[in-house]
Design a protein around this ligand. Structure first.
Ligand SMILES: [Fe+2]
Length: 468
């Protein structure tokens, strides 16, 4: 492959071409793995299998899941592509067939005649991997999730026993309610501007749909729950399929419209509140909660949706930072304050406190100047009690991924958990970092060194008790 045209396929963004199985004789553990960890840390990401003709980061690329399994102090590693119908079709033909979400291509008739996937929009399955209701799902916000086995082999598309209708696109950012175990998710559709909250119970059974009407389909990537509400940001960011089919820049940013914050009661009463504020964009929430009649939302602020990537060869240079927003439903006032001046993205939290008052947020963070095709070289801990931001730097040129919180099964305290993420540090190689949530100053309590590379990716989760 010649990937030289694509900044987001360079360095540790470049794909790997092998699926591997490594046991603890091939993985070097530095430090000590917490003995009571039983489960797997899994992370999804984009890993192009064939030469792309266009590549929009972070939207394109075939999904590949990397997993480190923990059982009785022993570790194993696997990585597998998600066997989507698009990838299977390209495997059959031996080359790229489909375009990018920034530049769609018509599917050739011979591909359709041969039984290949006819949809020009690739279900990449590349965004998130989540274990809920004993189902392991690789998720992408433009379509159905893919069901995986514990060993990362692909079962196929999953429609929640018919709860998802053809054309429904399930978010890759559902939230699990720590009280009920419900999965609070949503669907959008390519053929409708509307939005539907979808609630699945702790066993993954569909429970409730709450519709929300919009005049125009927005790019809504994440959602946040609180005890009583779901909060979404409706930024003036739009994607035009028509333009994408014509090869024109399909991403629209209409700054003058401002960003709306939609607060949706979880009880389905439909008594939604719409707050209005200046334009901003966000990919990710950190957490949110209710206090004193107000709603607090911590999230990663970006000035606008990046445009420079529209044609696939640009780089994104906009800073993004941790912000705290306060919504007052009585006055409809929005207060939006920068929490820290550190550049960060991929914010996470101890999910036992999802939607609840909490102390620590974690995010992939940078202590470098924002260069081309940036990377985050630190894990940041954002202390909402003291206002302090602490960084653990993995190396000046390191790439550190999203820090997923792993609760200590023997303690309720946030400080007693760990944060895990894949790191690539030139000269040191690839490893899974395990930091103590309560003490990031001393660096990882353990590193699981993985020979070769684990490319930069998107979202991951701890899967409690998932073993091979
Ligand atoms: Fe995301």
């Amino acid at each position: 492959m010649d990937l030289s045209a694509f900044p987001y396929l360079q360095g540790n963004y470049a794909p790997v071409d092998e699926e591997r199985d490594l046991d603890d004789t091939e993985l070097k553990v530095e430090g000590k793995i917490p003995e009571n960890l039983v489960g797997a840390y899994m992370r999804d990401g984009a890993n192009v299998a064939y030469q792309p003709n266009h590549y929009v980061y972070p939207l394109d690329g075939d999904g590949m899941v990397h997993s480190v399994y923990f059982d009785n102090g022993k570790v194993q590693y696997k990585n597998r592509w998600v066997q989507t119908s698009h990838l299977m079709t390209e495997r059959k033909f031996g080359h790229t067939i489909y375009g990018s979400v920034g530049k769609l291509l018509e599917v050739p008739q011979d591909v359709i005649d041969a039984g290949g996937e006819p949809n020009p929009i690739r279900n990449t399955a590349n965004t998130n991997v989540l274990y809920h209701g004993e189902k392991l799902l690789a998720m992408w916000e433009g379509g159905f999730p893919h069901l995986l086995n514990n060993d990362l082999s692909t079962v196929g598309l999953y429609d929640y026993d018919g709860a998802l209708q053809p054309g429904d696109a399930l978010t890759a950012h559902p939230k699990i309610c720590p009280v009920s175990g419900d999965l609070i998710s949503c669907t959008q559709r390519w053929d409708s501007p509307n939005y539907w909250l979808q609630v699945f119970d702790r066993n993954g059974k569909h429970k409730q749909t709450i519709p929300v009407e919009f005049e125009r389909k927005g790019i809504i990537h994440d959602l946040q729950i609180t005890d009583n509400f779901v909060v979404i940001f409706y930024a003036p960011a739009f994607h035009s399929l028509e333009k994408a089919m014509k090869g024109e820049d399909p991403f629209l940013w209409e700054e003058e419209l401002g960003t709306k914050i939609i607060v949706i009661p979880r009880d389905g009463s439909g008594d939604n509140k719409i707050f209005e504020t200046e334009s901003f964009f966000s990919w990710h929430y950190c957490n949110g909660f209710e206090k004193g009649g107000k709603i607090i939302i911590d999230y990663i602020w970006i000035n606008s949706i990046p445009f420079t990537q529209a044609q696939g060869t640009g780089v994104e240079k906009q800073p993004r930072r941790m912000y705290r927003m306060t919504l007052d439903p009585k006055t409809m006032q929005v207060t939006n304050e920068q929490f820290s001046d550190v550049f960060c993205e991929f914010s996470r939290v101890d999910e036992r406190r999802m939607g609840k008052e909490y102390r620590y947020g974690f995010a992939a963070s940078s202590n470098r100047s924002w260069g081309d095709a940036h990377g985050y070289n630190c894990t940041g801990r954002y202390d909402f009690e003291t206002g302090e931001t602490k960084l653990w730097e993995f190396g000046e040129e390191a790439n550190a991924g999203e820090p997923a919180f792993v609760p200590n099964p023997d303690s309720e305290r946030e400080e007693d958990g760990w944060v895990m993420n894949f790191v690539f540090n030139p000269g040191e190689g690839a490893f899974l970092s395990i930091l103590s949530a309560g003490n990031i100053d001393d660096g990882p309590v353990a590193k699981v060194h993985i020979p070769g590379r684990v490319p930069n990716g998107f979202h991951g989760n701890w899967c409690q008790d998932l073993t091979l």
